[in-house]
Design a protein around this ligand. Sequence first.
Ligand code: ZN
Length: 370
Amino acid sequence: MNADIERVLSSQALASRFVQEHSLVPPVDVHALVAEYADILEQPILNSPDIDAVLLGLDSGDRRILLNGNRAPTRIRFTLAHELGHIALGWHIAHELVCEPEESDPTVLAPRDSRQGQATADRRRQEREANAFAARILVPAEFINAIRALPVPEMLVRLEDAQVSAYVGLRVLSEELPAGYVFALREKDDNRVECWWTSRTDVHSSHPYAVPGIRKGQAVDSSAMGHELQDSGWAHHQGRLVWWGKTRTTIEVPEGTSNWREIRDEILSEVCSSSDSKTSLMQSLGGVVGNLKPISQDIESIASELKMRLERKSANDGAGPMADFVAHDQFLPFVYAHARSTLENKKRKKPRRRTSDQQDGAGLSKSPGF
Ligand SMILES: [Zn+2]
């Protein structure tokens, strides 16, 4: 896995432990929480359009947050949680950090500007990690778990309890829900898509597969989506309009399915006309399903995610071997067999529980200079 993604994931994992230790439930009283770790000073001098906060004393323990109070309340909450992220993520060490935390469009990672060198790249990575931490503090995974069974419009109403922007809430929602959900935020005063998210894809490193029918700057075209929608609609969320869709992902689990490699090879021999096209399709399949990191122990949800990824790839590629693969009558047995193998591998590799004295950084000290 990409090292940047790994660090974002470990930022999220630390946030989850922080949530448990502090029993955080939305709406998190982030002001009181952060005040346990740093002095918060609202600074009129910081009321600049470009700066949300300056964190001082990260290297000394005498930590102070100079906060731009001239922001929307949800943004101030996110900024405070972001600064807490810098404090909690022990590898963020600096005398002074100038922050502009909230990503306006989380589907796009800040581009690397080689002219600005390694220092800037490190700072951007720290900002992303602090953002990932902040989002999981304000919108804990447990909270999403508690609302995930609701109809989507109700889920979006409950999500408002977290008091975060639509960008942050929808991002965490899409990271935690099982595969099959699509959310598109409508531009203000316009019918076009400003930003969109799909559930359980690699949202950390930009979307690997676009959803046909959803394009930034265009209206949602649900008829072009390439897979059947079980349900969809518009919902109000944080004063914005959100289009949501849920694809049909329920899989009939076939009995007595054999090894997925055997099923794959059987399909390949029927849909590929040459060994080159077979090699190329195998690479595509590996690229789509190879990096699956299921958090669920539930085979149906793993199979749904695999099915969704492959269907999306097929819809994006258009007519060709991948489309033939997905249309093959052994496709679902392949998906199920692969999901079962993924689940068995996951159980085999399950790490041992760590004891409390092995924790690295979760026991965040409140005393200066921890
Ligand atoms: Zn920052």
